[in-house]
Design a protein around this ligand. Structure first.
Ligand SMILES: NC(=O)c1ccc[n+]([C@@H]2O[C@H](COP(=O)([O-])OP(=O)(O)OC[C@H]3O[C@@H](n4cnc5c(N)ncnc54)[C@H](O)[C@@H]3O)[C@@H](O)[C@H]2O)c1
Ligand SMILES: [Zn+2]
Ligand SMILES: [Zn+2]
Length: 366
């Protein structure tokens, strides 16, 4: 079977030498049809995200249920599913409270679903979407309407839910609030469109690639800051907004979403906030990255804050079908996220394109 395996030190082997095991009672085998390439896949290759090797890559996919374990009742063979990376237990207090991404079972599992050249291979993010078939827990196979083309639906499985969920689930942005989004990629564009849906009155997109301005506008941005053309993006954002009165209160946005993974950008995200504003750390830097900012002026007296957000604080079985329905109503853009569709054999070309920062999302035909 074909797939893309990270064999270590940044080498992605596009191989025909993969075997998948039989599903256990609570598992589902999905024939992956399309998979988006998320920046986190590049981060696995460059060591920003560490994961044991060999691992079958990819974590943003959609396909057709091909086989179900003996205890599975949630999906049937032939269903169209988006693969969730959250293999939560469904029973613990966090799951019961509607926070599956807080479930202890939802991260850090190293499922050994494959043999690569005869050796045990792990599933990246318990998803392995860069393979003709993947094995997931039944809870990870989220049924969606067949009205959504799988080449667009696959993006719901990471970029879309991560960006939209950071706004709707984590920040819970209110109509009339203002926001900045740093990084107009697959994640940032979805933060922008969720801000549009939430009724944010100013949505200021920031990127180092000037060509991203049109794309940002299409998804709902009201303003664009080219980070290469200004001395301080935080100040450039404040300059776009009405002044807020005294010299101590220079104005700024209510929300800032950091969607690049560049640590210095998180400092800008804090710097562009108005009193009472909050920054949401979505991008993933290297595990050793630290944040050093003055406490005075960033947090105390002015009610500013900083929050992390994993996977859009998703409730996949609620959020994925909702996003699919909003797509069919024309309220959520998915097709417009797909810049190119290329075969798995062209993965290295896709990686090179992503490094230019010019595309929204590249999708692989698996
Ligand atoms: N928290 C999570 O659960 C989660 C999930 C998915 C992805 N991520 C992370 O989110 C980040 C974004 O992922 P993506 O797939 O959207 O990436 P992407 O490569 O599609 O987009 C990144 C964008 O950021 C821009 N950029 C880079 N440096 C910048 C800077 N200094 N200032 C402004 N813009 C800059 C690039 O030009 C590009 O447009 C990555 O760090 C990824 O690992 C996090
Ligand atoms: Zn749980
Ligand atoms: Zn991702």
């Amino acid at each position: 079977m074909r797939g893309i395996v990270h064999i270590g030190e940044g080498v992605a082997d596009i191989t025909n030498d993969l075997e998948i095991r039989e599903p256990k009672p609570h598992e589902v085998v999905v024939r992956v049809v399309n998979a988006g390439v998320c920046h986190s896949d590049l981060s696995v290759l460059d060591g920003t995200i560490t994961f044991p090797t060999p691992c079958v890559m990819g974590h943003e996919g959609a396909g057709v249920v091909e086989e179900i374990g003996s205890a599975v009742t949630s999906v049937e063979i032939g269903d169209h599913v988006v693969i969730s990376t959250v293999a939560n237990c469904g029973r613990c207090p966090a799951c019961a409270a509607g926070h599956p991404t807080h479930c202890g079972d939802s991260i850090g599992k190293f499922r050994a679903g494959y043999k690569y050249k005869g050796e045990t291979a792990y599933s990246f993010a318990t998803a392995s979407c860069f393979a003709e078939r993947t094995i997931v827990e039944a809870i990870q196979a989220v049924k969606i309407s067949k009205d959504v083309p799988l080449s667009s639906a696959c993006l719901i499985g990471c970029g879309v839910i991560t960006g939209m969920g950071s706004v709707l689930n984590r920040a819970k942005v209110q109509a009339g609030e203002t926001a900045a989004v740093f990084g107009v990629g697959g994640v940032g564009l979805n933060a922008i469109q969720a801000l549009r849906l939430a009724g944010a009155k100013r949505i200021i997109a920031v990127d180092t690639v000037a060509g991203k301005a049109d794309l940002a506008e299409k998804f709902g941005a009201t303003d664009f800051v080219d980070a290469t053309q200004v001395e301080s993006t935080a100040q450039a954002i404040k300059d776009l907004l009405p002044k807020a009165g005294s010299m101590f209160s220079p104005g700024g946005v209510d929300w800032a979403f950091e969607c690049t993974g560049v640590p210095a950008v998180l400092i800008d995200a804090l710097g562009c906030l108005h009193w009472g504003g909050n920054a949401v750390a979505v991008g993933v830097p290297k595990p050793t990255a630290t944040l050093e900012v003055p406490i005075m002026g960033n947090f105390i007296y002015i009610d500013k804050g900083l929050m992390g957000c994993r996977y859009g604080s998703a409730r996949p079985h609620h959020d994925f079908p909702m996003i699919a329905e909003l797509y069919t109503q024309g309220k959520v853009l998915l097709d417009e996220l797909v810049s190119v569709i290329q075969p798995m054999a062209e993965f290295n070309d896709v990686v090179a394109k992503m490094h230019t920062g010019t595309i929204a999302r590249a999708v692989l035909a698996i």
